[in-house]
Design a protein around this ligand. Structure first.
Ligand code: ADP
Length: 482
């Protein structure tokens, strides 16, 4: 199977969010399953600087402009990487989407339409590369025009479109239609038109043979007004073609047995050693080194999506219990100040590190007993998976990927449970779930069962890649029968 994977970011070359992790991991996992996967990415200034040996393999015309395709490999792999080299669109420093003033680049419509038109030429083997994919896999709005443009081509490959973040949709004025060379056949309310504007993401949602998002629960949630960002109707219309596939995690980097940043590595059979990491974490944050007080952690962006306001409201009640809290994150200054306030009031119970610190995030995952994730919505989420791998029990709002990856420790499900969940985004519900965790912690045998259940779970990219292969096959079959 030949797959053209198109994305606007890819770790380690360029990253603003989870999409980069997926683009950096999924093609690798697909290749390990012997798939012929090749990647198309814009040649941003920083990307070109990291790949000085990339050589020109094609010269194309896109939106009336001469552009080049450069060829190299995804770093550390044998996966062919094509870079769309169009200096007037991509030779800019910093964030791939935002100008230095924090606003979107004013020509983002052209920049990503160019990526889509180049993707189309490769997909139809019109770029002179001598390679024709069976499936084109686009990701997020930046690639949304590819399925739309390909839909007008009789000899096209199958198309798959993945939504990593529905909140970003690529909406542009209708006046850009001509400039972007969007065919009239695509311009109607059941096509690219969204409230009289052009919607790139609708191109993926309406025209791809198969659509998916990064968890099964989020795939259902986005068909409702609460989570659908105005697209719930069109998503519902295509619900038979819409599914969810959980992201994997890097199980080598996140492995408590080999993690170089841990004071004391451990595995499922040496969980007592996890206590050494807890002591070290307590010491680092000046918390009393009490082994029997449950230590609860939070790592993430301090924004409303992550439910930080809920935590702040729940803290006064929770601080009446013998618990310790460690927070790592940065974001809205109100939330930062709120957390710092509690750490000043209860320095023996609440510790806060404002900032981004990867090493510390590993040490917290290893040292904590419980991990809080009360996100309002969570397409997939990573930390709840890292936590389970580190024998740290997640306490989650049952939404999106959190609902799909954490088995709640309800009385009848204890033998399989891996964490605690709650349904309502309310202070009381969060407090109740933490209290349940606190009670379980006082039952060491049960606690060990929960820890090992989580540590035994398969969060590998291999599992996800196998599901993507099934999805590709379905898309190819749909295409054939269309
Ligand atoms: P999102 O992509 O919505 O921010 P995810 O849970 O999917 O949330 O991924 C966020 C990733 O970034 C996780 O790996 C998390 O550990 C990491 N992260 C977030 N904030 C910090 C921080 N302050 N320090 C270290 N790692 C962080």
């Amino acid at each position: 199977m030949k797959i053209l994977f198109v994305a606007s970011e890819l770790y380690p070359l360029v990253k603003t969010g989870g999409l980069a992790d997926v683009a950096g991991s999924l093609p690798k996992a697909l290749r390990e399953l012997d798939k012929d996967v090749r990647v198309l990415l814009p040649a941003y200034q920083d990307v070109k600087a990291q790949l000085p040996r990339a050589r020109t393999v094609a010269e194309l015309e896109v939106l009336g402009q001469p552009v080049r395709l450069l060829a190299d490999h995804v770093p550390g792999t044998a996966i062919p990487l094509w870079l769309l080299d169009a200096p007037h669109w991509f030779d800019r420093p910093g964030n791939p989407y935002l100008a230095p003033d924090g606003n979107p680049w004013p020509d983002n419509d052209e920049r990503f339409a160019a990526l889509c038109w180049a993707g189309l030429q490769i997909a139809l083997d019109r770029a002179g590369l001598g390679w024709r994919p069976d499936v084109v896999h686009g990701n997020d709005w930046q690639t949304g025009l590819i399925p739309a443009l390909l839909s007008l081509e009789p000899q096209r490959p199958a198309t798959v479109f993945t939504i990593h973040n529905l909140a970003y949709q690529g909406i542009f004025p209708a006046a850009s239609l001509e400039k972007l060379r969007i065919p009239k056949a695509l311009w109607h309310p059941e096509g690219l038109e969204f409230h009289h504007q052009i919607s790139f993401i609708k191109g993926g949602i309406v025209y791809a043979d198969r659509i998916n998002t990064v968890s099964p629960t989020y795939a259902r949630e986005i068909q409702t007004p609460r989570f659908g960002c105005g697209l719930e109707g069109v998503l519902k219309m295509r619900s038979e073609r819409l599914s969810g596939i959980l992201n994997g995690i890097d199980i080598d980097k996140w492995n408590p047995a080999t993690d170089p940043w841990l004071p004391q590595p451990y595995d499922r059979d040496s969980l007592d050693d996890k206590g050494v990491n807890k002591r070290a974490l307590q010491a680092r944050f000046g918390l009393p080194q009490e082994p029997i007080i449950p230590l609860i952690a939070f790592i993430g962006r301090l924004v409303s999506q992550k439910g930080v306001d809920l935590i702040l409201k729940a803290l006064p009640g929770l601080l009446e219990l013998p618990l310790q809290f460690v927070f790592l994150g940065s974001g809205d200054s109100d939330y930062e100040h709120g957390l710092l306030y509690w750490s000043r009031r209860h320095p023996d119970k609440v510790a806060v590190h404002i900032g981004y610190d990867e090493t510390l995030s590993h040490q917290i995952e290893a040292g904590a007993d419980l991990f809080l994730m009360p996100s309002r919505f969570e397409p997939c989420g990573l930390n709840q998976m890292y936590s389970q791998r580190y024998g740290t029990i997640p306490v989650v709002h049952r939404t999106g990927g959190l609902a799909d990856t954490v088995e709640d420790a309800l009385p009848d499900r204890l033998p399989r449970a891996t964490g605690l969940g709650f349904d309502q985004t309310e202070t009381g519900a969060l407090q109740e779930a933490v209290k349940r965790g606190w009670l379980l912690y006082s039952q060491p045998d049960l606690w060990r069962t929960l820890q090992r259940n989580g540590m035994d779970k398969d969060f590998s990219w291999r599992r996800s890649a196998e599901e993507y292969c099934r999805l590709y096959r379905k898309a190819i079959a749909d295409r054939r029968h269309a």
